[in-house]
Design a protein around this ligand. Structure first.
Ligand SMILES: Cc1ncc(C[n+]2csc(CCOP(=O)(O)OP(=O)(O)O)c2C)c(N)n1
Length: 335
């Protein structure tokens, strides 16, 4: 079985409506600026634990979530801040969680890797590679059982594709015909290991063949293309209750986490990738559609929103004993 090349760049799709593109660009820029502010706060010791930045991959989260209804579910990895925002979480709740504050989406108890928000059906944020994939299949099983019409998007890195949980999740989703889309964000490296050193094939979507599942593969430079291709898989899930396995080719501009100096790749490679920065491509397209002045106004709105989010996080209180009662089994939810 031969590998299918990712769809060529640039996209051959008709351009999106300018106002829609403006919203996609706005979300991508909010994510980018939040991530940059998080990196700064981490360096200042204001954010603890691990911090895995999403810079460079924004078009995946924003394009994919644009293909969803608000009630649909998202399950993802520890690289989850951008996904939470794309799914509708406020930048304040996200930033406060990074700071470990009581006003964070998980009351400051989860931190960077555990963005969770029942109100927007953002089901997390998981730190164990591949372990969330069967959980996502479980969410999709619940939707099918309840007949609630919801679709689950499950994101993972290419490092998860050789983990048992990936195969268990896809196998059951195929067997039970679950309304789910599995999306591999192939950013070329699992920590410092390139895919060519950990897998015998380059195209992770080929794994779908063993389970008789539809597959797709494309680059994530163009947020409009991401939305269209994922929308097709979401439609299959919602209307036919059939899963799809997708590989989206992307690239992270920063190290694996804040403690990674990324010596396994050259600065030339990173600079080359930055020329295809999906955020800048979307901005250029938006300037052509709406003019520089309008885009500058959006930029200013985003800067103000992110500054507010940082201020909110910095000024919010630390969690205290009052968060324990509603979050433990001895609390009011105990049987
Ligand atoms: C089961 C398990 N093994 C190892 C780790 C340590 N670990 C954390 S992230 C990571 C790399 C995963 O890479 P990938 O799935 O490609 O996602 P990316 O970080 O590139 O988004 C590893 C090995 C872990 N968290 N869980």
């Amino acid at each position: 079985m031969s590998e299918s090349p990712p769809s060529p760049r640039p996209s051959v799709l008709p351009p999106p409506a300018p106002e829609h593109l403006a919203e996609l660009y706005r979300q991508m820029f909010v994510i980018r600026r939040c991530e940059e502010e998080a990196a700064r706060a981490y360096a200042q010791g204001k954010i603890g634990g691990f911090l895995h930045l999403y810079i460079g991959q924004e078009a995946v989260a924003v394009g994919a979530c644009a293909a969803l209804q608000p009630d649909d579910y998202v399950v993802t990895t520890y690289r989850d801040h951008g996904m939470a925002i794309a799914k509708g979480m406020s930048s304040k709740a996200m930033m406060a969680e990074l700071y470990g504050k009581k006003t964070g989406c998980s009351k400051g108890l989860g931190g960077s890797m555990h963005m969770f928000d029942a109100a927007t059906n953002m089901l997390g944020g998981y730190g164990i590679v591949g372990a969330h994939i069967p959980l996502a299949a479980g969410a999709a099983f619940a939707s099918k059982y309840r007949n609630d019409g919801r679709v689950t998007l499950c994101f993972y890195g290419e490092g998860a594709v050789s983990i048992g949980g990936f195969h268990e999740g896809v196998s059951l989703a195929a067997l039970w015909k679950l309304p789910i889309v599995f999306i591999c964000e192939n950013n070329e490296y699992s920590m410092g290991t390139p895919l060519s050193r950990s897998m015998s094939v380059e195209d992770t979507s080929l794994k779908a063949l063993g389970y008789g599942v539809e597959r797709d593969r494309f680059f994530a430079d163009d947020v409009n293309l991401v939305e269209h291709r994922i929308a097709a898989a979401v439609k299959r899930a919602r209307e036919e209750s059939q899963p799809t396995v997708i590989e989206v080719r992307t690239y992270r501009f920063r190290g694996h986490s804040m403690s990674d100096p990324a010596k396994y790749r050259t600065s030339n490679e990173v600079e080359e990738q930055k020329r295809r920065d999906p955020l800048l491509l979307a901005r250029r397209e938006l300037v052509d559609a709406l003019g520089e002045e309008r885009v500058k106004a959006i930029d200013a709105e985003v800067e103000a929103e992110v500054a507010d989010a940082v201020k909110f996080a910095e000024e919010s209180p630390e969690p205290d004993a009052s968060v324990l009662e509603p979050t433990t089994y001895d609390g009011p939810f105990a049987a």
